[in-house]
Design a protein around this ligand. Sequence first.
Ligand code: ADP
Ligand code: MG
Length: 231
Amino acid sequence: MQPIIELNQVYKDYPQAGGRQTVLHGIDLRIAAGEFVAIVGPSGNGKSTLLNLIAGIDHPSRGEIVVAGHALQNLGNERLARWRGEHVGIVFQFFQLLPALSLLQNVILPMDFLGRLPKRQRRERALQLLDSVGLLGAADRLPSQVSGGQQQRAAIARALANDPPLIVADEPTGNLDSASADSVFDLFSHLRDRGKTLLMVTHNEALADAASRKLEIRGGRLHADSHREPR
Ligand code: ADP
Ligand code: MG
């Protein structure tokens, strides 16, 4: 079966004073649809860079990245943005909700971007998604008017807006207290059970233990790759 994510000899360099810094050194990787993959490793070793390449937020310097049937290195920025809107839901450590929009409007935004659903249905779907993360009562609040845990749950609802097959998350519980982290954990476990492909950088042991596979990135290389029974 065709993997949902395939990387062949992927390199990423950043320009630096007096030369360039190679942050990823020839990553080869295959991930099947429905896998829940935890990415671990020390800080500054390239985890976010790898995630951003797979999510189409950034371009590789060299190599091939095929995700959900599209060779990302061949897409220009506009087509990449469209591809992202259809195929990937992204969850960040600091939520990245738009501060001037209500939670409801934040969840509607990705649907407006794609324009697949009629307007009325976008609002209904957004309300259902907020309900599914326990935020129906807070739909009209601004991000600043709710807790960090609630903002992250709204961000997860937003990531699901266009029903993407792939969800990527970069330290999604890194800025949450343990009770909020637990509720975010439950949402990701539920997504795993629904067959979504999940790729997550995390230092949270419970989250890493819920994964079916653990990738360890060290020095911009795939240092270890272990399949395991999720808890
Ligand atoms: P991790 O997520 O594992 O902490 P990152 O992928 O964020 O690591 O960063 C890996 C390395 O790449 C770090 O040395 C970081 O400073 C560098 N880096 C990341 N993003 C950029 C950028 N936009 N420009 C220059 N250097 C960057
Ligand atoms: Mg990081």
